[in-house]
Design a protein around this ligand. Sequence first.
Ligand code: CA
Length: 514
Amino acid sequence: MKKKIISFICMLTACVTLVCAAVCFSACGPKNQLLEENIIDDNYDNYYEIFVYSFCDSDGDGYGDLNGVTQKLDYLRDLGYTGIWLMPIMPSPSYHGYDVTDYYAVNEKYGTLEDYENLIEKAHELGIKVIIDLVVNHTSSQHPWFKSALNYKKGLGTESTYADWYNFATSMKPNYHQNGGVWYEGQFDSGMPDLNLENTKVRAEIDNIIKFWIEKGTDGFRLDGCLYYSSGMSLSVEFCKFIKQTAVKYNPDAYIVGEAWDGQLIIKQFYESGADSFFYFPAAGNGDIAKAVNAKSALQVWKGMTAITEVSGDYIPAPFLSNHDNGVGRIAGRMARDEDKIKFAYGLLSLFSGSTFTYYGDEIGMVSKNATSDPDVRVGMLWDNDRTGMTQLPPGASSEYIFDGVAEQLKDSNSILNYYKLCNNARNAFPALMRGSAERTVLPDANILYLTKTYKNEALNIDQTLKIIVNLSDVSKKVEDVEGTLAQSICVSDSIKFSGSTLTMPKYSIAILT
Ligand code: CA
């Protein structure tokens, strides 16, 4: 699938007509409208993370499924997403799927391989990439490989091909579990035995798994648990390199994003693997962006931006606000459930270069009832206030919804959802917003962030410089001596006024000037 500088004009014409009518003359004024897209065929995308179980149920059995995701691809593309990450879709005994029993099939709750191929085909037609969770640090303890290996170690079976695919011991070691007198490594828990990733046969199998999914049209992988691949950092990094090199054998454009849930120094080391991206945890949850919103601090945003740039080097940064297990709940909770702050946090995220990741439901301000509960962060997507077709709760979850569903928010030009759409559109319209290198002009007002972002791409004849001015305070501010053309404004309330060389910026507003 190729995404050349196509502008998606056909699709957008319909939306622009509808949304312009709704948004152009909303509280944020005439500049608060969707712009023509300028999509570039590279691995910078607005990604959307989907927990299939809780997203959209196409057949009424109470579980979200792949056909449900396919039904919502138009919705996601209309919102400005050009990539989706599906959390584990392979067969698994757990509801979350992070313990796989078959790497060459689709969880039957979610559908079939045919459904998956259909999803990919529709996604590619719309210009959406599909990456999936690749969970190979460990398998399920129910995986036939592990059962065979364990039986052999226990003296119950004949020779097993898989005896050295896992890490066994004859006595207790840290993070080892016992079964019938045999000890095995399981960094996460006893149901998730760690694969021996230094074993060449295991690597050959993983090569085959990657080939299998790429041949189905998969555009890349999200690597689960990179920190745990090995007890030594260098081997874990080397294994990420193996994955990236394997993936590009089968698709030169394959996008790999890894989860190394740690601080800047560790994430930076993982980038040495050559994998495209690693999630930038220090900006998420209660990190840089939440801190910047709460402290109204331009410096805090700048610190986050310079740190992620330093960590990612020449690779693609991967900032995000929430995910399925960061331990502090969704961004709406981190923003004290304040609608303006929830919007603005995403506005700030959208100023970061890289591929941003949105966790499903964050675009409508979904909350986790208990911030520290993983199941609560994974409850059903609220498609409408009547809860039509709502998926069943994950085991142990309780849910709470404090904002309208998708259907209602689509109709409300001031909704969180339409704010997300505006931010994604700006990233798709301005290559420099998504990819540019940033410089800061320090202003006397600590609440005003003044950035210049530049991006050059000679092959595509792009040479773009943007000025981005942000009012982080909760009151209106004037910024003097501003030159340029106000190309887009992203506001939570009143409009930005640009008169002479003075910008009058309402609270939590973002001006993009060319
Ligand atoms: Ca279903």
